[in-house]
Design a protein around this ligand. Sequence first.
Ligand code: BGC
Length: 767
Amino acid sequence: MRKTTVRKAAWIGGCLVVLGMMGASALSASGFQVDPAVERKIDELLAKMTLEEKIGQMNQYSSSFDLTGPPPDAGWGRRQYDDIRQGRVGSMLNVIGAEATRRAQELAVNESRLGIPLIFGFDVIHGFRTTFPIPLGEAASWDVEAVEASARVAATEAAAAGLHWTFAPMVDICRDARWGRIMEGAGEDPFLGAQMAAARVRGFQGADLAAVDTVAACVKHYAAYGFAEAGRDYNTVDISEATLRNVVLPPFHAAVEAGAATLMNSFNEIGGIPATGSVHLVREILKREWGFQGFVVSDWGSIAELVPHGYASDLKDAARLAALAGSDMDMEGRAYIQHLESLVESGVIDIKLIDEAVRRILRVKYRLGLFDDPFRYSDPDREKRLLLHPDHLKIARDVARKSIVLLKNDGELLPLSKSLGRIAVIGPLAADKDAPLGSWRGNAVPNSAVSLLEGVREAVGSSTEVVYELGVALLAAEERSFAQNLVFNTTDRSGIPQAVEAARQADVVILAVGEDAFQTGEGRSQTEIGLKGLQDELVKAVLEANPKTVVVLMNGRPLAIPEIAENAPAILETWFLGSEAGHAIADVLFGDYNPSGKLPVSFPRRVGQLPLYYNHKSTGRPGPSDMVFWSHFTDESNDPLFPFGYGLSYATFEYSPVTLSSDKLQRGDRLQVSATVKNTGSRAGTEVVQLYVRDMVGSLTRPVRELRGFQKIELEPGQSEKVTFTLTEKDLAFYTADARWEAEPGRFQVWIAPHSQAGEPVEFELE
Ligand code: BGC
């Protein structure tokens, strides 16, 4: 089934055609609320619908044909057309563009009996045409406004191209960098993840879903997809209810509270039950406890996959299990459209369940304004005017530079002067105009990003000579496909001597290494997470030739690069920054922007440390000890290479000891936690000040530290600011052994620190 879209994502003339590509126990309020007037309209519509038409609303197809051309005469495309005409389709994914969406919508609205509009979905993960940093990169900005602005632009462009619905935000917490999809989320921390999830929902959905520049969000993948064993995509997940509630679910809950209109099931099982068939996850937690009123779509074929999971006996059984669990729409599984009717007719599935699912789907369609004007989003003029609008590129550059993390800067090698005699820009990613677009790149135009080389050339004065050398190619073949494994270059070193020569003759080297854009993303798990191919050789040779080398990393996952961390004097983590990558990196390299990003994920020293995360448990033997009998590796430190929350600036910041308004917190009361942060450097800078808490004793063991707040402050040289966080009982609550969200009395430690491994704690007591 998947193959139809895979075929569409071919390399044509060196370009990837992406159009068909990607292809608590307390009850709480959902932000997406029910409107009685809409519900009445839904009642009327439901009364008119046949069972087949109802089930049709629960069926979603991917486009397998070019909707800008005439309908095909035969084959699957033809059947999709017929199904739409017969009211057997509620939604399409991968139909993109004002023209294409209009034509598909005309089939539904003008030719089906009830004229119910389709809802068009697409993976708008980090921008539609204007491309923003990959979500992991954006999370490094720790800047909720910037992330919201990025999602706002993405929605504006996607909606102008006729789309109603993005399959984003992806909010999967991930502690294992082997997993390729780590690039799509906000990293390892539930608190930061929740902030980012809510910001993205607000950005996509705006204040009014019916506005022509907003789209419905789809929070995915529900749930625990990021906890796949060994980081192998689609693999088994087996986590406790406490980990599910305390670590995995907070970003989902935050997104639901922010008003997300839809959620997507995940592919994985959890403890023996595939998430798509999980009554506990969908009916109990999401729909009942959280009061979610929108709809749930399966992941691609995930209902059908209940069969290979060994959970359903056949496709019909899979349809039954998923419908019972509360999955409202079947994405490309064909289980609902083929089997729900007979399941209802034979009394196995209650029609009430179907009505409920259809109501949820129609609710979102009404809220998008599709019943008022089904064509409102499909406007070619708006599409032409808005895609890649200069204002959008400006925002993309701003978000991109905020996402850059300065990992090392010995001897203040950075920022560079713009009037150096000669700069050598070297490396497989240095001139690459495609890699910075990253994976899951929406409708980006291949090779359209500003490369690092272009950014550097534009930034320097006329007296500076900028020379470029590839050094080594990253991939063995020029062409790569998002659906095939990459083949790395492990033999061709012919460019290294020229690179060494260029490095020798330069005042400074900027060396761009890292990953290919499609080294992360779906199906892109790896057992090694260092630099692939011959890059290490290149780095070594260049560093030997010229120690004044700034390593610029481009990558979608944390990299285990202990040698580079040791030997390179300066390292800049730039992820995949999107359309404006080269400009943003040059802004930071030459000091037009002082870096302020902080890692949203731990960087390991070695892959064998994974899963690695700062908010781990203490264990009974935390050590260190002189003997071997403590929880450690005998051949490597427990510590990350770079910890969660870490990132430098061209300024330096000093933190005072933490002070508390009291050493006791009464229930219902507030505790002020403060520290003074001073800019002790010679440049103005921005610092992300982080608040961490440790619950010393719990009915379930608690992590050694947990992020509970952060503030981004700007300080002039010499300036100090007192930063205060307010803690309440709610901030200390967790899912306890009694299966309740509550704060347990006792001792807590609290830090205000520049990252997850810094600072001295002070103690207080919750009474
Ligand atoms: C992915 C989803 C995506 C869907 C539609 C699936 O393979 O897991 O994240 O939204 O495809 O493209």
